[in-house]
Design a protein around this ligand. Structure first.
Ligand code: GDP
Ligand code: MG
Length: 136
């Protein structure tokens, strides 16, 4: 079953020149990049994207971070693309949860600065793709 997922390379990943690394891993896994754009994220888009975290203690810092520099936004497609990219990304905490061999496990140290985002369910993917790529 072909699925689509929203992938972001967050400002830390762009600043550290890891765009190529992330895209390369997506392609080597066998997934297709069907949309790709470098963006500066308006506050409102950040709030909508992370709406599920509104009220959590790290919400303010998260918005500050995601709007702090350019982000690479991509729509990635393939069989089980949502779970497949989450597997490539690794767990949220790059040290405690992500294992070596994953993007976060190989390149991350802090939970906030964990380099990439991937949609976590078909519902999230549909919502996030519409938010970031309304014309797709
Ligand atoms: P994800 O789906 O693995 O990206 O994780 P979540 O949806 O739970 O959280 C969204 C993003 O918020 C994470 O990728 C981190 O960048 C950040 N985040 C999550 N938990 C924490 C936390 O406890 N502290 C801080 N500072 N940031 C967090
Ligand atoms: Mg999430």
């Amino acid at each position: 079953m072909t699925e689509r997922t929203l992938v972001l390379v967050k400002p830390d990943g762009v600043q550290r020149r890891l765009i190529g690394e992330v895209i390369s891993r997506i392609e080597r896994k066998g997934l297709d990049v069907v949309a790709l754009e470098l963006r500066t994220v308006p506050r409102e888009l950040a709030e909508q994207h992370y709406a599920e975290h509104d009220g959590k203690p790290f919400f303010g810092d998260l918005l500050e971070f995601i709007t702090s520099g350019q982000v690479l936004a991509a729509v990635v497609e393939g069989p089980r693309a949502i779970a497949a990219f989450r597997q490539l990304a690794g767990g949220t905490d790059p040290v405690e949860k992500a294992t070596p061999g994953t993007i976060r496990g190989d390149f991350g140290l802090e939970t906030q600065y964990n380099l990439v985002h991937g949609s976590d369910s078909p519902e999230s993917a549909a919502r996030e793709i519409k938010l970031w790529f309304p014309n797709l």
